[in-house]
Design a protein around this ligand. Structure first.
Ligand SMILES: C[S@@+](CC[C@H](N)C(=O)[O-])C[C@H]1O[C@@H](n2cnc3c(N)ncnc32)[C@H](O)[C@@H]1O
Length: 524
């Protein structure tokens, strides 16, 4: 064994790898069990042999490679590579899909009271008020709620505000459970003597037999891998063959697949019975008196209908064509079917939501929160807060907002209203797509970038009025066009620090080293 201190280890690693490795880096490896901790009485020691082993491993090599490509100032502690999916989607963070979320641990890193080589100060403390002017699905608010920090979120998308509200509401869980059970039971009764259910059950049996015969798993997948089979041609033939069985069953049970109209998203993207069930459940939800329970059930229904769109499994993220028949599924390598009923997903998400809300309830503090469905460029934050949360407003009269932690939209990447088109159709909320800053539909051209800079600067200038003088503003940005220096200038702020964070494995296919920056702005 060759034991050294953290500082010695950092120095050794820097020489050994010819890359800047900081003591924080080494502490991080120790903290997350990647190298063993030795030593007692507060003096941590590590074994150089362990360290060599780590840097020879896949993870270690990745860290070094990424630094080579993205620069030595990459803060590896912000990669959160020790976390499992279970941690990043803990409790209410997985209440509803939302494209463009950041992970809760990122908020925690900046908002909690720890310091390290990179984060040298504590910026927020219990009892402060934090603002997220692009609150999205509410990650900043939820984490602040865990840490005893009061929070205000703003998002121009009404549906995003509803997701946030549902995550943060305090519930009477007995009453909520009763409402959920009532809707589940009514849906079960509604389906009971429905020909679609008999149709689906026979279809499943036939599919099972057909797939076992022609797409046995894992043998079929193996043959595809080995290129012993021409997947495209084989699948096309079998898909056609099964369609005959499918059409015969549709006829036998008199199932109507298409809806009569195709005017909006809900008409187009659901088969007829799914649409009927959606309307049935929504009518039950409308009857619920308690607004919190009503909203929670609405979010469960929305999550359900997102999973029940009539599309193939591989196109769930990017819808192409409505899929109303059985089809060869490239993802599962067998014949799959669209959904004809929402019951399975509704029941599953209802149970899951209840469990997640209860888990958060055990961790939360009594911190206040509110979320404003308005445009952050122009909204009067104190007045809007007063309308929604009196206690929080009273607090604001005594102490202004301490600072901001947010991830603004990036220029030309996501249409935030459009990603939840089904929910806007169902709930009839007003869409304010034209007030979104930097939407995908405006692209990334010169004009789009110019109006993006204006937009973000307008938000900061507006929010500044409600901040304490010595505020700290953190902006998580993918600034590939280098727009943030100009944004700082136009907002009358200065960039005092930039934390460079590696973003690991955004998707399976996308393994290119990629980083984002957390800009720290302060008053000039
Ligand atoms: C990157 S997302 C924030 C995601 C959030 N950090 C989370 O974890 O869920 C940016 C958000 O800014 C919102 N937004 C865009 N323009 C806005 C505006 N003018 N005022 C308020 N919110 C806006 C979008 O609706 C979107 O939800």
């Amino acid at each position: 064994m060759s034991l050294v201190t953290i500082n010695e280890a950092a120095k050794w690693a820097t020489d050994h790898l010819e890359k800047e490795i900081s003591p924080t880096n080494i502490s991080y490896l120790v903290q997350y069990g990647k190298v063993k901790k030795h030593g007692e009485n507060g003096s941590t020691l590590v074994d150089l042999n362990d360290l060599k082993k780590y840097y020879r491993s896949w993870r270690g090599k990745r860290e070094v490679n990424w630094k080579k490509k993205l620069g030595d100032d990459l803060n590896w502690a912000l990669s959160f590579d020790h976390l499992r999916e279970k941690d990043t989607t803990k409790h209410v963070h997985r209440l509803h899909p939302y494209k463009g979320k950041f992970i809760p641990q990122l908020v925690q890193y900046f908002v909690d009271d720890h310091t390290d080589d990179f984060k040298k100060d504590v910026y927020f403390k219990q009892g402060d008020v934090i603002l997220d002017p692009f609150s999205g699905s509410g990650t900043t608010l939820v984490q602040s709620g865990e840490m005893g920090i009061h929070s205000i979120g703003i998002d121009v998308s009404h549906f995003n505000c509803m997701i946030t509200d549902v995550k943060l509401h305090k519930y009477n869980f007995d009453a909520l459970r009763q409402e959920i059970d009532r809707v589940k039971q009514a849906l079960a009764d509604y389906e009971n003597d429905n020909n679609v259910i008999a149709f689906e059950s026979e279809l499943m049996q036939r599919l099972y037999e057909f797939n076992n015969k022609y797409f046995p798993s894992p043998e079929f997948k193996y043959k595809v891998q080995q290129k012993e089979i021409n997947e495209g041609a084989y699948a096309e033939g079998k898909e056609k063959e099964f369609l005959k069985t499918y059409n015969a069953l549709v006829k036998k049970y008199g199932v109507e697949l298409k809806q009569a109209k195709a005017d909006n998203f809900l008409d187009q993207w659901y088969c007829r019975n799914v649409r009927r069930e959606i309307d049935f459940v929504f009518d039950l939800i409308k009857e619920i008196k308690d607004v919190r329970n009503k909203k929670a059930l609405a979010v469960i229904l929305s999550r359900t209908i997102r999973s029940c769109r009539a599309t193939t499994h591989s196109d769930l993220a990017t819808l192409k064509e409505p899929q109303l028949t059985t089809y060869y599924c490239w993802k599962h390598k067998k014949i799959c079917k669209p959904l004809y009923s929402i019951k399975y997903w509704f029941d599953r998400y209802a149970n899951d939501t209840l469990a997640r809300l209860q888990e958060f309830d055990r961790l939360r503090t009594p911190a206040h929160f509110t979320v404003l469905p308005t445009d952050s460029r122009t909204t009067d934050i104190f007045r809007e807060t007063k309308k929604r949360n009196k206690a929080l407003h009273e607090l604001l009269e005594k102490q202004k907002i301490r600072g901001i932690f947010t991830s603004p939209p990036y220029v030309g990447q996501i249409d935030y209203h459009e990603q939840h088109a089904y929910a806007y159709d169902l709930f009839g909320f007003d869409r304010k797509d034209d007030l979104e800053i930097g939407p995908l539909y405006k692209g990334q051209g010169q004009e789009a970038r110019r109006s993006y800079v204006e937009g973000i600067a307008d938000v900061l200038n507006n929010c500044k009025k409600y901040l304490q003088d010595d505020y700290d503003v953190f902006l998580v940005a993918n600034d590939k066009y280098n727009l943030y220096p100009e944004i700082a200038e136009k907002s009358g702020m200065q960039i005092v620090n930039q934390f460079k964070r590696p973003v690991l494995n955004r998707t399976e296919r996308d393994r290119n080293p990629y980083s984002e920056i957390i800009f720290h702005f302060k008053q000039i």
